[in-house]
Design a protein around this ligand. Sequence first.
Ligand code: NAI
Ligand code: MG
Length: 353
Amino acid sequence: RTLRIGLIPGDGIGKEVIPAGRRILEALPASLGLKFEFVDLRAGWEAFEQTGAALPEETVSILKSDCDGALFGAVSSPTTAVKGYSSPIVALRKKLDLYANVRPVKTVVSAPKPIDMVIVRENTEDLYVKEEKTYDTPEGKVAEAIKRISQRASSRIAAMAGEIALRRQKIRASGVPSIHKGPLVTVTHKSNVLSQTDGLFRTTAREVLADARFADVAVEEQIVDSMVYKLFRQPEAYDVIVAPNLYGDILSDGAAALVGSLGLVPSANVGEGFAIGEPCHGSAPDIQGMGIANPIATLRSAALMLEFLNEEAAAARIYAAVDANLEEGRLLSPDLGGTAKTEEVVQDILRRL
Ligand code: NAI
Ligand code: MG
């Protein structure tokens, strides 16, 4: 099978880590029967300055018509509104209907407090429909935003969480060491306050996960604020967490803090038959050009993309090589307390592959 992969480095360290993602895919053993073709694509601040579009039309059309998946690095976004600029990854998620954002957060099994969870965040609605308005009142300005939750989006995200829980169970059953016993999905919401919006998310997720195909999956609920407390006190308790867009965004960045560096945490934006791997970190202007960015978030994102393209064996090879590098702990980048350059970390992982 030949997979055509779009490469969108973006800005800053995106340009340093995406080439590492390409190299690990190219280095996968031939025995897996996988070949890759790569297409270089543009998006981000530099693309905006050069072409006037943060997400050039060509990038979208090539991804749609000509690619099986993609790797997205990071883009630099201005902190105040710039006319004509809007976040390309948010637009890409919409245009390609990548309805799920999946973020595994994992330490090595031998860590003093091992963690191995996946946060499954709804990616298309909630407060991020960006329907905001500001108006004047006698007491000053008031701003409002729409929080939209649909049965359709809640249903498909819950089904994806259930399927990921079952897949993780299958991987554990194959003998990969794990801190978990059984598949568990934790449904996160705030339906005690937002009984209609979060209420719909909660009841829909419950219904979907009650289906016979998820009979082996335990389901629990957690109100989002106490979820944050428990996530920090007892992160080992979680297997798969499913949440509406905003809570999922916050929980997944918070969870990333538990494993020591943003440079370790991958994500995938997933739709029907398409996946974009994307490290959780941004363009890191403070270390850009120094050759010390941690490539692991991107390497794991490449593996995660492969998982959702049904290439689980190839994904497992990458995860194992990365874990072996971290377990040994000899060649670590500075964000993990080491002194290794990006290139040295990549070389070490390629050797283990
Ligand atoms: P950031 O993730 O770029 O950096 C936060 C801190 O983590 C920095 O100290 C950075 O050096 C460090 N860091 C991040 N990734 C690392 C890696 N792979 N290896 C070693 N250290 C790493 O977040 P920040 O500084 O808030 O944002 C910088 C720019 O990135 C902004 O323009 C922001 O808009 C953009 N950004 C883009 C994202 C995306 O494209 N998805 C996500 C987050 C921020
Ligand atoms: Mg975020």
